[in-house]
Design a protein around this ligand. Structure first.
Ligand code: SF4
Ligand code: SF4
Length: 375
C-alpha cells in the first residue's frame, strides 16, 4: 500500500531542510531503489525568473537539501532540469534564469541542464494524447524526483505533483497546449496523461512558503511550514488537497486522475498528520472554490462554477505595471496581444482565456476579467 508523508518543516535553513528531506527519503525507503550509478533527474518548478522570496519557484535550498541526501546514499550523477514557462527562454538565457532564481550555486553539486531539445515519447493506448515531446534530460533519466512548489493555480486549482511536470515540455509547446485545450477539464486531462508518461519515481513538495490566491505567478506568498512526499504523484496531489482542506472537486487534475482510475483512495500516512490549517488556503478567484463550507457546499460551488464557465470566459487586461517587455505577446498561443500606443492591447475575438500571458508576466501587470462568451 502507498504511503504519503507530511512533515512540519519550519524554514529554509539548510539543516532544517536536510533533516526533513532525509526523513522523507527514509519513510519511502528511497535508498533501496536508487542505484548509485543512476542518472537522477531533479525536476523543480522554474516557471519564471523570480527569486525564491517571491514563492513562485521551488526554493533552491530545498533542491540543495535533496542533493545532499542523494550524496549521502552515494548518488552523484544528478541533473536539475525544468523548462521555464511561455517565451521566457526567448528573452533570457537559461543561465540568467538559474542566476535570478538562486540556482547557480547548485552547479557545484549537480549538472544544471541547458539543453531543451525535445524527444518524442509515446503515451499508452487509450490516451487522448498519443505522444508527448519532453526535454531530453527527462527522457534519459533513470530515476526522476519531482520537486514542485505548492501554489494555487488559476486554471488547475492547485499546482503540486501533476501540474509541475508540465515543465518537462519544451518552451513554446506549452502555450500551444493551452490553445489546443482551452477548457480546464481537457487541459487537466492532458496534464494527467503527461504525468503518466513522465512517471516520476518520487515527489517531494516544497510547501514551506506557498503561493495562494491568483497563482501560479501573481498570487500572494503565505507561510505554511510543510513538506509533502509520495511515490504515486496522482494520489499525492489528492492527499495534499485533503490535508490542506481543499475540496477535491475544485482541482480538475485530481478529477481527471480519478476518472482514469489513477487515484488510490486507500493509503497509509506518515509524519505530522495532525496538521490542520486555521485559515483555509485561498484559491484563485477563477477557481472560486469553497474550502470552508464542506463537501456539499463545494459541490454546489463547483456546479455553479461549471454553469458560469459555460457562459463566461476570462480574459486579461494589462494595468499600469506593464513595462512593455513583450513576454506575453510572444507567449500568447493565439497572437491575441499587440502593442498599440505604448500599451499592450487584446484582440478579444482571438483570446481563448488560457492566461499564459498572466503566467509569464512577472510584473503583476495582468488583471483578469470575465466576459460573456460569444462563441
Ligand atoms: S503585461 Fe507583463 S509580460 Fe506583458 S508586456 Fe506588460 S510587463 Fe511584459
Ligand atoms: S491573450 Fe488570451 S489567448 Fe493570449 S495568452 Fe492571454 S489569455 Fe491566452
Amino acid at each position: 500500500m502507498n504511503t504519503f508523508a507530511v512533515l512540519k518543516t519550519e524554514n529554509y535553513d539548510d539543516e532544517t531542510l536536510y533533516t526533513a528531506v532525509k526523513k522523507h527519503l527514509e519513510i519511502h525507503n528511497i535508498k533501496d531503489e536508487v542505484s548509485k550509478n543512476a542518472r537522477v533527474l531533479l525536476k523543480p518548478n522554474l516557471v519564471t525568473d523570480k527569486e525564491a522570496a517571491f514563492s513562485v519557484t521551488t526554493n533552491p535550498r530545498f533542491v540543495f537539501a535533496v542533493i545532499r541526501c542523494l550524496y549521502d546514499i552515494g548518488v552523484k550523477n544528478i541533473t536539475v532540469a525544468d523548462c521555464p514557462g511561455g517565451a521566457l527562454l526567448v528573452f533570457s538565457q537559461i543561465q540568467e534564469v538559474y542566476e535570478k532564481t538562486g540556482y547557480s550555486f547548485l552547479a557545484d553539486y549537480a549538472y544544471l541542464n541547458t539543453d531543451f531539445t525535445g524527444i518524442d515519447v509515446n503515451s499508452p493506448d487509450g490516451f487522448v494524447n498519443k505522444k508527448f515531446n519532453i526535454i531530453k534530460a527527462v527522457s534519459e533519466a533513470d530515476y526522476i524526483i519531482n520537486l514542485p512548489k505548492f501554489k494555487t493555480h488559476n486554471i488547475t486549482g492547485i499546482t503540486a505533483g501533476v501540474k509541475n511536470l508540465f515543465g518537462t515540455v519544451p518552451g513554446l509547446q506549452k502555450p500551444a497546449f493551452h490553445a489546443k485545450y482551452p477548457l480546464a477539464k481537457d487541459f487537466s486531462n492532458m496534464l494527467v496523461e503527461l504525468a503518466a508518461v513522465v512517471k516520476p519515481n518520487f515527489t517531494i513538495v516544497d510547501a514551506v512558503d506557498i503561493m495562494e490566491g491568483n497563482g501560479p505567478t501573481n498570487g500572494k506568498k503565505r507561510y505554511l511550514g510543510l513538506t509533502f512526499s509520495g511515490k504515486d504523484v496522482f494520489t499525492l496531489d489528492s492527499f495534499i488537497a485533503k490535508t490542506l482542506g481543499i475540496a477535491q472537486e475544485t482541482v480538475p487534475t485530481i478529477t481527471a486522475a480519478k476518472a482514469k482510475g489513477f487515484v488510490d483512495e486507500k493509503y497509509l500516512t506518515a509524519g505530522d498528520t495532525d496538521f490542520a490549517t486555521d485559515t483555509p488556503i485561498l484559491l484563485s478567484e477563477l477557481t472560486r472554490a469553497d474550502t470552508a463550507g464542506g463537501k456539499i457546499a463545494a459541490r454546489i460551488s463547483t456546479l455553479l462554477d461549471k454553469a458560469l464557465d459555460a457562459v463566461f470566459m476570462q480574459y486579461p487586461q494589462m494595468n499600469d505595471k506593464c513595462i512593455l517587455c513583450k513576454k506575453c505577446i510572444v507567449t500568447c498561443p493565439k497572437k491575441a496581444l499587440s502593442i498599440r500606443e505604448k500599451r499592450v492591447v487584446l484582440d478579444r475575438k482571438k483570446c481563448i482565456g488560457c492566461l499564459c500571458c498572466d503566467e509569464v508576466c512577472t510584473n503583476g501587470a495582468v488583471d483578469i476579467r470575465k466576459k460573456l462568451k460569444t462563441r
